[in-house]
Structure formats: C-alpha cells, structure tokens
Design a protein around this ligand. Structure first.
Ligand SMILES: NC(=O)c1ccc[n+]([C@@H]2O[C@H](COP(=O)([O-])OP(=O)(O)OC[C@H]3O[C@@H](n4cnc5c(N)ncnc54)[C@H](OP(=O)(O)O)[C@@H]3O)[C@@H](O)[C@H]2O)c1
Length: 252
C-alpha cells in the first residue's frame, strides 16, 4: 500500500504501533506527537532502519492552528496526504461524576472530540474529490468504552468516544461519495502508557482481565493491525463501520 499517512499521537502506544506497521505495509508516515519528541523520533528512526519513510511533526490537537501547521508540514515533508489515523487521545484522569471538574472536562473534549473533528476537516479539505483531492481514508480511534459507558470513573471519557463514533458515521455519509472512506476502531483495554497503572496493580489487572472474554488486555500491535487493514484497499467497500478490537467485548 503506498500513500502518505498521518498518525496523530504516533509517538507512543497504539499510534506508534500503527505508524510502524503502516510503514512496513508501504505507507510514508507522518508521526505526530505533542510533547514526547524523543519517542516520536525513535519511531521515525525505527521505520527508517526497516527501510520505510517517516517524518515527525509536533502539535497539540486541542489547538486549531497547531493542527493546520502539522498537516501542512506532513505534506511538505512527504507529499499529498492520502490517509489519516486520528489516534491522539487522553483519558481525562478518571473521575467519578461527583468529582468532575469543568476545566478537565473541557480539556478532554478539546482533545478527544474537537481536535479529532478539526483533524478530519483538514483531511477532508485535502482528500475530497469534491474539493479537488484524489480521495483517501480516515480511521478514527474510539474505545469499547463508548458502547457501555466506561468503567467506573470513565463515563466522561466514554462519552467523548461516543461522540467520535457518531461523528464518524455522519462524516462517512458526507464524504464516502467524495472518495474518502471513514471508519472507527474501538479498542478494548490495551497495554500502553495510558494503562500503565495495571502494571503496578496486579489485583486491579486481574479484576479487569476477568471481565474480558479473552481474559487478557491487548498488545498495541493487535489494535494497529486492524487499523492498517482499514487503511488498505482490502477494505475498499468498508466505510461508516465501527470495528471492535476488544477480545470479545465485556463480560457483564
Ligand atoms: N490504551 C487503551 O487501553 C485504549 C483503549 C481504547 C481506546 N484507546 C484510545 O487509543 C488512542 C491511543 O491510546 P494509547 O493508549 O496508545 O495512548 P498513550 O500511550 O497515552 O499515547 C497517547 C498519544 O497521544 C498523544 N497525545 C495526547 N494528548 C495529545 C494532544 N493534546 N495533542 C496531540 N497529541 C496528543 C501523545 O503524544 P505525546 O507522547 O507527545 O504526549 C501520544 O502519542 C487514544 O485515543 C485512546 O483513547 C486506548
């Protein structure tokens, strides 16, 4: 698969795995990060060492002008964009609703919802055949939490991901006739920095794994592989879909 792919939050976790596997599949990859430049550069170097092409771009997805800049920088470095994985996201810090704070909620929604939608805008402006582009693919990273309201303390996060799910369906209807496929991946709990507290708390880990039909959390590559499939021509008639990569969902 050739083309230019931008992965937001490509410096760590699911985004880094996606960047590496997509590069191995032939994509030139813009590896976006916010603050961990060393992590982004190590992904770029790993891709280069494996014979692929990648370039690191920085920006906060909660800042519109940053998004405009890092989309432009990706194209300057790698050529016209043909795919975007909107992966950058935060968990909001885990508060029961009784402890919610407006500033933390505002940040959560600015990153997970507004930022993702503005990234989609930038992708559509470049890729839509209606606007002179050549088409492309968008994969938005949601969460299984969107389907059940999240675990205790994550209802705000779950709601932000439900917004991603619904927005993506509407966007797919808008642009599937303009050469752009839009799909959602909904990971279950995955081993990344976002879930590192499980490494320090074996009892919590065991409690969570008992609720997953496969009795384990995912490795980041197990989420990245279906993302790379959604990007590929193998998924040429798939648009507006929500793909759960969750080890079977949640045992209730
Ligand atoms: N891990 C899970 O269990 C799980 C489950 C379901 C869904 N997800 C979703 O999968 C996605 C990736 O999660 P992950 O676990 O791989 O997370 P992670 O390891 O914490 O990595 C998050 C990535 O997002 C970037 N990022 C965070 N805030 C940003 C901002 N304001 N602007 C730009 N970039 C920002 C980070 O960049 P820097 O390193 O430079 O800060 C990093 O590259 C998220 O959308 C998450 O909600 C994760």
């Amino acid at each position: 698969m050739s083309g230019v792919l931008l992965v937001t939050g490509g410096s760590r976790g699911i985004g880094a795995a996606t960047a590496r596997l997509a590069a191995a599949a032939g994509w030139s990859v813009g590896v976006h990060y916010r603050k961990d430049e060393a992590a982004a550069q190590s992904v770029v170097e790993a891709i280069g060492a494996a014979g692929g092409k990648a370039y690191a771009v920085q920006g906060d997805v909660a800042v519109e002008s940053d998004i405009e800049r890092f989309f432009a920088q990706t194209e300057e470095a790698l050529g016209p964009l043909t795919a975007v994985v909107n992966n950058a996201g935060i968990d909001g810090g885990h508060s029961r609703v009784s402890e919610l704070r407006a500033d933390a909620l505002t940040r959560l929604l600015a990153v997970n919802v507004v930022g993702l939608q503005i990234c989609c805008r930038e992708a559509v402006r470049r890729m839509s055949t209606r606007l002179g582009g050549s088409g492309g693919v968008i994969v938005n990273v949601s969460s299984l939490a969107a389907t059940f309201g999240g675990r205790t303390g994550a209802s705000d996060y779950a709601a932000s991901k439900a917004a991603v799910d619904v927005f993506s369906v509407g966007l797919a209807k808008e642009v599937s006739g303009e050469g752009i496929r839009v799909n959602v991946i909904r990971p279950g709990m995955t081993s990344t920095d976002m879930t590192s507290s499980l490494d320090e708390d074996p009892k919590l880990r065991a409690r969570i794994e008992a609720t997953i039909p496969m009795h384990r959390i995912a490795d980041a590559d197990e989420i990245a592989r279906p993302i790379v499939w959604l990007l590929s021509d193998e998924a040429s008639f798939v648009s507006g879909a929500h793909l759960d990569a969750s080890g079977g969902g949640l045992i209730v």
